[in-house]
Design a protein around this ligand. Structure first.
Ligand SMILES: NC(=O)c1ccc[n+]([C@@H]2O[C@H](COP(=O)([O-])OP(=O)(O)OC[C@H]3O[C@@H](n4cnc5c(N)ncnc54)[C@H](OP(=O)(O)O)[C@@H]3O)[C@@H](O)[C@H]2O)c1
Length: 254
């Protein structure tokens, strides 16, 4: 294994939800390894910090505001990429919604719709449209950000967990269907990670300690640790890996 195995020079990588957290860490790492990263979030100004970090390190980045649940916005995003850095060679579908924490018996259907719209429908549409473009190139690489909750449903995170299980199935189904076009599709399953998304769990000491009892490594993940697994999955180092759902979870699912 040499460093060329992780070289992304000349590749364009689209990363959704990259203004902070796991998406931002992935953008920084993939740019460090030579990719031109196109980063999205709902608000253009929220992308400034990740953009500045990548530029300061000498990387290439294009920030574009785009709502992951809006298929028209996704069409505009992909059109802007064709005009600019080029169609994606790499896609990390990372943006997600989790608007409800509580029992499924009480959930409003508007919250169910939001989770399905962003996590599932939006992710499916984006991956499908990107795969069409990759098919016309010489293949590509797609990673869907699922969650350990896709395997073991999170307490009071029922709808979110259902959406993350569906993403695992999507990675496998797409991996089978797209392999003939040279497109690999995998999923990464972060455990509890130190981001704003998980703050309700990580910043409540009682909830955190209850969760850590189930984590053999007895700590939560840093976003950079998830990014390292993503780098593996999108680089030549994993050239024979497709249809895999990779937990990065300190042993939580073991
Ligand atoms: N943190 C964890 O413990 C954990 C565990 C398992 C899986 N995950 C998964 O990891 C992924 C990233 O989560 P994170 O923890 O890094 O969260 P985070 O720090 O809250 O970051 C979420 C990112 O997504 C963007 N975003 C949110 N809704 C969006 C939308 N509709 N369209 C476009 N961008 C949107 C946010 O930017 P704006 O607010 O600027 O739009 C932000 O850049 C998610 O798929 C999540 O389910 C996280």
């Amino acid at each position: 294994m040499n460093s060329a195995m992780f070289d992304l020079t000349g590749k364009t990588a689209l990363i959704t939800g990259a203004s902070r957290g796991i998406g931002a860490a992935c953008a920084v790492l993939l740019a460090e390894h030579g990719a031109h990263v196109v980063i999205t979030s709902r608000k253009q100004e929220n992308l400034q910090q990740t953009t500045d970090t990548i530029l300061a390190a000498g990387g290439q980045v294009t920030p574009i505001a785009s709502h992951a649940g809006d298929t028209d916005a996704t069409d505009r995003l992909l059109a802007a990429m064709e005009e600019g850095p080029g169609a994606p060679d790499i896609l990390l579908s990372n943006a997600a919604a989790n608007p409800y924490f509580g029992p499924m018996l009480e959930v409003e259907m508007s919250a169910v719709d939001k989770v399905i719209e962003v996590n599932l429908r939006g992710s499916f549409y984006l991956a499908r449209e990107v795969a069409r473009k990759m098919q016309r190139k010489d293949g590509g690489n797609i990673v869907l950000v699922s969650s350990v909750n896709g395997v073991r449903a999170g307490h009071w995170q029922g709808i979110y967990s259902i959406s993350k299980a569906a993403l695992m199935s999507m990675a496998k189904a797409m991996a089978r269907e797209f392999a003939a076009d040279g497109i690999r599709v995998n999923a990464v399953l972060p455990g509890l990670t130190d981001t704003r998304f998980a703050a309700a769990l990580t910043q409540d000491e009682k909830i955190l300690q209850g969760f850590l009892k189930q984590v053999p490594m007895n700590r939560i993940a840093q976003p950079e640790e998830i990014a390292a697994a993503v780098l593996f999955l999108v680089s030549p180092a994993s050239s024979y890996v497709t249809g895999v759902c990779l937990p990065v979870d300190g042993g939580y699912l073991a």
